[in-house]
Design a protein around this ligand. Structure first.
Ligand SMILES: *Cc1c(COP(=O)(O)O)cnc(C)c1O
Length: 422
């Protein structure tokens, strides 16, 4: 036990000295102010920082392209033909999935649509979709447009799982009630596994169990979960999931997304889907005149040959995750976010309230902090102090101390400045 007072800079520094993962910060480019002082970057939930190795991974592919042209598909140091396969094992480990269940392809919203092509098969009687009321806008638009596409009116077909009056967090028993009352009409649950706004991490296995009991398909958006929590996707039993890799997975703006299809669907050739040459059996793909022969598992959902430069950036980051291991990351994450929570709660004001669950098992690293009577100028003042957070109207600051590159000192300094601004 430290003899230092917990809410002191010295205590924070001592935690950083003891931190087994402290050296990883130096593997990332930390944005700096004009005096060369590191920003306090708490926005890995929106765009993760760049690993210093990313440039070299992309350079390798540029070099091989210059050198080999089209032959790079087979002759490159990391041949482009199977390049996506180099990412699969690490990605599967991060998501708690089997390799056959995971592929990196397209972008998140695109993948949600492709997955709904397969897993949202409405009938006249069973056609409704459940989302959480605070779903990320893109997910809501995707779901609404799927309803429209199939001839349903979202006003009737879209069911929102809402927090209760005066609460921010979702209760599982309310989902249960929705399913009890309307389960026969519900075709699909599409839920943000870790809510982007509140930071609440839901029990995926429970959601899958509730949905499946009513013969609904269950899909999960893990944009804020991938590389943050350990979702055990295979064991959860959910039918499908999708996520992006530019948030906690640090693969660069607009980079490719990840897709999970549970093994129970891997060999179902009757599953309706949109197809392309990259969903076709690798062995005969280039015979070109073959009848369509879909690949088993998640790979069978690919359409196009993928952008290698983006995949190279993903590989740079996943190699770091592979080295660190999610359980070590998660352990530090709990300590770091727990310390952050402690410091926020120590601030002597009734203006502040953390809306993220206080149970570490029900959240990742993000804390959503509600500041009464605040407006966006508070966010601007934080930014003026080079504290990068994320503002959400009307009065919530979302902060994500990321265990790969944030420090205990970061959260200490952030809290000190927030205190002076209030
Ligand atoms: C970040 C995020 C998105 C972004 O979708 P893109 O298709 O990658 O632009 C979608 N949904 C959720 C829940 C997100 O957090």
């Amino acid at each position: 036990m430290s003899t230092l007072q917990k809410s002191s800079l010295d205590f924070a520094k001592e935690q950083d000295q003891k931190d087994k993962l402290a050296a990883y910060r130096d593997k990332f480019h930390i944005p700096k102010d004009s005096n060369g002082k590191d920003w306090i970057y708490m926005c890995g939930n929106s765009l993760g920082l760049q690993p210093k190795t990313t440039q070299q991974y992309i350079q390798q592919e540029l070099k091989d392209w210059a050198h080999f042209g089209v032959e790079g598909h087979f002759e490159a140091k990391n041949p482009w033909m199977p390049y996506h396969e180099f990412l699969t094992d690490s990605m599967a480990k991060i998501m708690g999935a089997k390799p056959i269940e995971v592929v990196i392809m397209n972008t998140l919203t695109t993948n949600l649509h492709l997955l709904m092509v397969s897993f949202y098969q409405p009938t006249a009687k069973k056609y409704k979709i459940v989302i959480e009321s605070d779903a990320f806008p893109s997910d809501r638009y995707a779901v609404e447009s799927q309803l429209h596409f199939h001839g349903f009116d979202p006003k009737d077909g879209l069911i929102e799982w809402k927090p209760r009056e005066g609460e921010e967090l979702l209760r599982m028993e309310d989902l249960e009630t929705i399913l009890d009352e309307q389960g026969d009409e519900i075709a699909l649950l599409l839920i943000g596994g870790l809510n982007y706004y509140t930071g609440q991490y839901l029990d995926l296995k429970q959601i899958a169990g509730l949905g499946h009991a009513k013969n609904c398909m269950v899909g999960i958006d893990l944009a804020h979960g991938a590389g943050n929590i350990m979702p055990d996707l295979h064991d959860s039993g959910v039918d499908f999931a999708a996520w992006c890799t530019y948030k906690y997975l640090n693969s660069g703006p607009g980079s490719l997304g990840g897709l999970f299809v549970h093994e129970k669907h891997a060999y179902n050739k009757d599953l309706k889907r949109f197809a392309g040459w990259w969903s076709h059996n690798k062995d005969t793909r280039f015979n070109m005149r073959q009848e369509f022969d879909v690949m088993p598992g998640a790979e069978g959902f690919q359409l196009s040959n993928p952008p290698i430069l983006s995949m190279a950036a993903i590989k740079a980051s996943l190699d770091i995750f592979e080295e660190v291991g999610m359980s070590n990351l998660r352990e530090k994450s709990k300590a770091l976010t727990g310390y952050f929570e402690y410091l926020i709660n120590e601030i002597d004001t009734d203006r502040i309230r953390i809306i993220t669950p206080s149970n570490p098992e029900e959240r990742g690293c993000q804390l959503s902090i509600q500041v009464k009577h605040a407006d966006k100028s508070l966010h601007q003042k934080l930014t003026d102090h080079h504290i990068i957070t994320d503002w959400r109207e009307p009065d919530v600051i979302r902060c994500a101390p990321v265990p790969l590159y944030n420090t205990f000192e970061d959260v200490y300094r952030m809290t000190e400045i927030l205190k002076t601004l209030l």
